[in-house]
Each structure stands twice: as C-alpha cells, then as structure tokens.
Design a protein around this ligand. Structure first.
Ligand code: ATP
Ligand code: MG
Length: 436
C-alpha cells in the first residue's frame, strides 16, 4: 500500500478520553473510529490486524477439529424463552422488535441458536461428538464500555460449542479447546495463562479463563512463574490422542484471579516463583453439561437405543479485544510493536528522498518484493515524520532508503522490536525479512 494514497488517518495529539495505551495507540494510528459509545468502525490498518487475528483463531479451531459455521447476529426471543434466558439475561441484551411486533434481539452469545440447529439435525450417537464455531459480531450493552475495543458494546467473538454423548467425551472436547487456546494465543506472541474460573451451579473444575498479563488489566491475578516460562509451540499436539498431560501441566501450577485466589496455595509457592500482576481476559472455556440440551429438548439415540441428552461446553475468544490486548502487551513510548504474525504489514519502506532516481528505484524493487505485505511511504514528508509514523504503526521491519545508501545499493533495515539496525544489499534485506 502506498501511503500517498492510503486512508490512514493518524492523529498527532493523544486523544484525551483514551485511558490506556492500546486505546490511545489504536486511535493515534488510525485503526478504529468510535461511531457511538462502545461501537467502532475498523479502518484499513485495524481491519487488517483484526483479520489476521481472526485467521489464527480459525486455523487453530480447525486444527483442533472444530467446524466453522456462521450464525446470524439477530435472533428471535422465542429461542431464548426455550432456555429460560430471555427474562434472566438483563439489560446487557439489546432487545428489538420487528415490524410484526415480534421480539428479537442482537445476540450476546449463541448457546440457544446452536442448540436449536444441532437439535434439528442430530439423530443418533453417530452424529456426536461435534464442535461447531463461528466468528461473529456480538452485542452486549455494557454499563461502562471503556478502553476502546477491550470493553466495547459491539465486538467480534469466536464462540465454539461442543456436543458429546457423555462426560468423558465432554472432557476430551474441553481439553481440545484448552490446548487450541494455548496455541492460538502463543501464535500471536502472547503468554496467555489459563486460570480456574467459576462453574456456578454446574460444579466441577471445567471452566478456565485465559488471561494475559498487562498493567492495565481489569483483574488481579496470581500465578506460578513456571507457566510464563513454558514453550507452548514447542511441539504440535495430537488432538485425537491424550491431551491430559498438557492440561495437567497447566492446571497443576497455581494460577488464579482474585475471585478464586487461595492464599494457602499461593503461599506454598517459593517466593521467587510467585508472580502477582494485572491480567486481561481474552478467552473463556466452559463445560455446562446438559443445561441447554435438556432445557431445549435436544436428544439423540444412544448406541443402546436409549435416548441421550448431549453434554455441552462453550468456548469464547474475544477476537476484537485481542487486538487491544496485543498492543497492551507489545508497545513502547513511540508506538505499537506488532508481533510478526498479526502485523498489518510486515514491512514499511521509507523513501527519504522522493524523486532521486536511484532511491526511488531501490524502494520500488523492495516494495514489489513484498506483494501486498508492505507499505511504501512515498509521501512528500520529512524523514522525521516518516520515522515517527512507522514507529507508531509498529510494522515489524522498516527499510530506510536514501540517496547515499541507494548509490551503494544498500538498504538500512530496522527491526522495530529491538531497534537493531542492519546495512544490507537488497537481496539480503529481502531474505532477512522473509526469514524472520
Ligand atoms: P468479561 O468478564 O470481560 O465481561 P465475559 O465473562 O462477559 O467477559 P464471555 O461471555 O466469556 O466474557 O465472552 C468470551 C470472550 O469475549 C471474553 O473472554 C472476552 O475476551 C470477550 N468479551 C466479552 N465481553 C466483551 C466486550 N464487552 N468487549 C470486547 N470483548 C469482550
Ligand atoms: Mg461480560
């Protein structure tokens, strides 16, 4: 993308109402525009990042055996009356009426709808297990929308729903999602820690929130340092095999939010291995048994011919919240530092002297080598402005090209994360960036 023609409305001043770094930086970098309280339009740079995050989520869901569908945002109240949640949900639900005066709602979540769909088609034990997910906008009329896309009213969520014949099957589905979540977040450069969460009336221990550590997190968390040191992507899991060793590693080390904090267990950890910090919730996995299947009459015929009420779980990831969370975890004074996997563009080519034939030619060649994955700062701006904008936008690599280097056929590469600079030939620069 050529910056001279791009729609990248950066802000010079720090927006006064943005309280946390990610919100400030997303506004300054022109990633989003608030259109009304807690509702955002995604502008080109933000939209690209959101799609990259979404794609990683999708790949890891697919790898774990979940299947993607797309359910609508608008639902009928009738579905929610079947589960009893229509009256129970409260003011976070946006309720609407259609022209025939029927009660509708903008979905805050999809347990009822997915149960209804599955109920229509599933007949026998051979139709299970199944895990269906979608990545769709949700609406929750939060009392206090704040921190930009972190707690918005309209937000993009991945929500998966598993259906199993028995508790052992439900545990397996739960573990598959547990491991898929670890990988998903690790691929985005995040250290996400699963923490025991409330199971409410369901009981048991199959509910975990995944949090990343960040000063601006809304929760206080306590954990064992081993969990931060673990290399999640070290080996590929076998989703059809036994995943309990992986899950057991994570659940045998202490990790809790303040709601679940246990002083005695915490004090048993050697002081130098204790980490207490603030955390941001980015995902939540939850087993809830037959709550919806029983209420909504979902039954299949078991192998012995008797009816079975499937065991269910739901698994959410805050896709749009993740964009903010990644920035909270990865930024400095100058701006965003995108992890390679979610960067809107891998490279920014900074032309320091527009119109100088050698400089233009070298810039063009480098830009062309990164088909669609680079921005080219060809604006008639001072070098300082280009440097500052590239730092703000956080592209992992900057290629700084001026007449002196161009005459010698050299590109100055800067790695945004470390500030490291290298002088390389065009070919070496391309190889270096592609190899990272
Ligand atoms: P929170 O405690 O932060 O309100 P929740 O428990 O209501 O979250 P879930 O219903 O488990 O959230 O939703 C799954 C995921 O969706 C959460 O882990 C979070 O990442 C994301 N999410 C929830 N509410 C919002 C929101 N208002 N804005 C952006 N993302 C959200
Ligand atoms: Mg909530």
């Amino acid at each position: 993308m050529r910056l001279s023609r791009a729609f990248l409305p950066t802000l010079k001043e720090t927006p006064a109402d943005a309280q946390i770094a990610s919100h400030r930086l997303m506004l300054r970098a022109g990633m989003v525009r608030q259109t009304s309280a807690g509702i955002y339009a995604w502008l080109p740079l933000g939209w690209r990042v959101l799609q990259k995050v979404e794609q990683i989520v999708r790949e890891e869901q697919d790898r774990a055996g979940a299947q993607e569908i797309l359910m609508p945002t608008i639902q009928t109240a009738d579905l929610w009356r079947q589960s009893g949640r229509y009256d129970a949900y409260g003011p976070e639900m946006l309720r609407l009426k259609d022209r025939h005066d029927r009660d509708m709602l903008y979905g805050p979540t999809n347990e009822e709808m997915v149960t209804e769909i599955f109920r229509t088609y599933a007949r026998s034990y051979r139709d299970l297990p199944r895990n269906l997910y979608h990545i769709q906008w949700k609406f929750r009329d939060e009392v206090r929308p704040r921190f930009g896309v972190m707690r918005s009213r309209e937000f993009l969520m991945k929500d998966a729903y598993s259906f199993d014949l028995d508790y052992a099957g439900a545990q397996k589905s739960y573990r598959q999602m547990f491991v898929a979540y670890l990988r998903t977040f690790a691929r985005m450069g995040l250290k996400a820690i699963p923490m025991q969460a409330d199971t409410g009336p369901i009981g048991g221990n199959l509910s975990h929130e995944f949090l990343i550590l960040a000063e601006t997190g809304e929760s206080q968390v306590y954990l064992h340092r081993d969990l931060l040191d673990f290399d999640v992507l070290g080996q590929a899991p076998d989703y059809e095999g036994d995943l309990s060793p992986i899950v057991d590693f994570w659940t045998s080390r202490y990790a809790a939010t303040d709601e679940k904090h246990d002083e005695a267990a915490w004090n048993a950890i050697p002081a130098e291995r204790q980490v207490s910090a603030r955390g941001i919730e980015i995902g939540h996995i939850f087993y809830f048994g037959t709550k919806y299947s029983a209420a909504m009459g979902l039954q299949v015929q078991g192998a012995d011919g008797k009816p079975v009420t499937p065991e269910m779980g739901s698994y959410g990831i805050g896709v749009s919240r993740l964009v903010g969370a990644i920035i909270e975890a990865s930024h400095d004074e100058a701006g965003i530092i995108w992890p390679d996997a979610v960067a809107p563009f891998r490279l920014a080519v900074l032309n320091l002297k527009q119109g100088d034939a050698a400089t233009d030619a070298l810039c063009d060649r480098l830009y062309a080598a990164f088909d669609g994955d680079a921005v080219y700062d060809d604006r008639p701006e001072r070098a300082g402005v280009k440097f500052a904008d590239a730092d703000l936008m956080g592209y992992p690599w900057q290629a700084i090209i001026g007449p002196r280097g161009a005459a010698a056929g050299k590109v100055e590469l800067k790695r945004r994360a470390t500030g490291e600079r290298l002088e390389l030939s065009l070919e070496d620069a391309i190889a270096r960036i592609k190899g990272a």
